[in-house]
Design a protein around this ligand. Structure first.
Ligand code: AMP
Length: 396
């Protein structure tokens, strides 16, 4: 695996695919600089070597057409502030104007290209478009984990025009390392905590990770399909009746593979899906009609904590309750606290995929776990065991 540390960028132009798909407010100001900060170490390494950086990214979904609201020019100032270098902007990402701007770049300078997705060829993975992009650098660096699962021109196809000079940036390398630590080299016992709304959206992940883990905590809305499949009464809780057989099959597979499954034993049940609903703690398999389980109960959280504290490697994907509502966030916070404690005791903890990152950020666990993935969809696909095209293109 070639990383940016395998290259010296002195007098070279690095064509860096970053993920600057950042949120903007109505004044087109960047409201969250995380993604820009995440790319900073890679950009700084290139500049400190004595090279220059050509940054390419998408922003939003312009669907192949120019759209001034989604111009990357809006973010150039913020990128300058974050990396501490005045960033130049060019209102094109391929063609003569872009090539001239790149040609004029001096060592230590940074150029930001216009939104890649103003061209439909980007998302089509068009080879000619990728070749035009490839003219804008001597070394191709992919540092955009958030789009590594997309076979787009700038994330995947362009790499073939840099057979000897392509590599991962620091951020992408860190993501790959974190996934490997859980899926390949994790110290035992390895624990996966899977929550979220539905079994159907997590099934491929569960099937893939059963071979790699020792313990599986199932929480959140997924719980009730398992409980009902085992003959429990789930009241009005979210439940996928057509996935009950699948749930039983997962439990059987887990047993055969020696994976201990930990399901909730009690839940916070509510009489409506609302923050101010009436609530009661009930056994997970005795939820009365008219009530729905919206968070893990106290006995469950004690059990979960004990399992988490014994684990040496922890993967967390999906909240264990409806954390968006304060009344049902306690379970997710308790799981986060236990992971914090386990991490302090030396466990490796990775949080990633979908809503887990939102929950972790909302409750301030970001700095308490070992690694928070920057890519929702890309992380989910990695956990499903898929080889991401953007990663394969560099390794090939
Ligand atoms: P996912 O994107 O699959 O990880 O699902 C995250 C969503 O699951 C969050 O929006 C939670 O509110 C939701 N969720 C978690 N627990 C429950 C539950 N018991 N009932 C309904 N939704 C839930």
């Amino acid at each position: 695996m070639k990383t940016i540390d395998d290259f010296n960028f002195k007098d070279k132009k690095a064509l860096i695919r970053v993920d600057f798909n950042v949120p903007l407010n109505e004044k087109f100001e960047v409201t969250d600089t995380n993604r820009i900060e995440a790319a900073k170490p890679t950009i700084i390494k290139v500049l400190e070597d004595g090279g220059c950086a050509v940054l390419m990214s998408h922003l939003g979904r312009p669907k192949g057409k120019s759209n001034p609201d989604l111009s990357l020019e809006h973010i150039a100032k913020t990128v300058s502030e974050v990396i501490g270098v005045n960033v130049k902007f060019v209102p094109e990402c391929v063609g003569e104007i872009a090539e001239k701007a790149v040609e004029a770049l001096q060592p230590g300078e940074v150029l930001l290209l216009e939104n890649l997705r103003f061209h439909g060829e980007e998302e089509d993975g068009d080879k000619d478009f990728a070749e035009r992009l490839s003219k804008l650098g001597d070394i191709y660096v992919n540092d955009a984990f958030g789009t590594a699962h997309r076979p787009h021109a700038s994330t995947t196809i362009v790499a073939q025009f840099f057979p000897e000079s392509k590599c991962f940036g620091y951020l992408l390398a860190k993501e790959i390392e974190a996934i490997d630590k859980v899926m390949q080299t994790g110290e035992k016992p390895v624990l996966a905590i899977l929550g979220g709304a539905k079994v159907s959206s997590k099934i491929t992940i569960i099937e893939n990770i059963l071979d790699k883990i020792d313990h599986l905590i199932i929480g959140g809305g997924m719980t009730y399909t398992f409980v009902k499949a085992r003959g429990g009464q789930v009241g009005d809780s979210i439940c996928e009746d057509d996935k009950k057989e699948l749930a039983m099959d997962i439990l059987k597979q887990a047993k055969e593979k020696g994976v201990e499954v930990h399901l909730p034993v009690d839940v916070v049940a509510a009489d409506s899906f609302a923050n101010d609903a009436n609530t009661q703690i009930v056994d997970v398999d005795k939820i009365p009609d008219g009530w729905q389980g919206l968070d893990a109960g106290p006995k469950t959280l004690e059990n979960f904590k004990a399992v988490i504290l014994k684990a040496k490697t922890i993967l967390w994907n999906g909240p264990v309750g409806v954390f968006e509502m304060e009344s049902f966030a306690k379970g997710t916070i308790a799981v986060g606290n236990a992971i914090d404690e386990a991490t302090k005791n030396g466990a490796f903890s990775l949080v990633g995929g979908g809503d887990s990152v939102a929950a972790v950020k909302q409750f301030g666990f970001e700095d308490k776990v070992s690694y928070v993935s920057t890519g929702g969809g890309a992380m989910l696909e990695s956990l499903e065991g898929k080889t991401l095209p953007g990663i394969a293109a560099i390794i090939d």
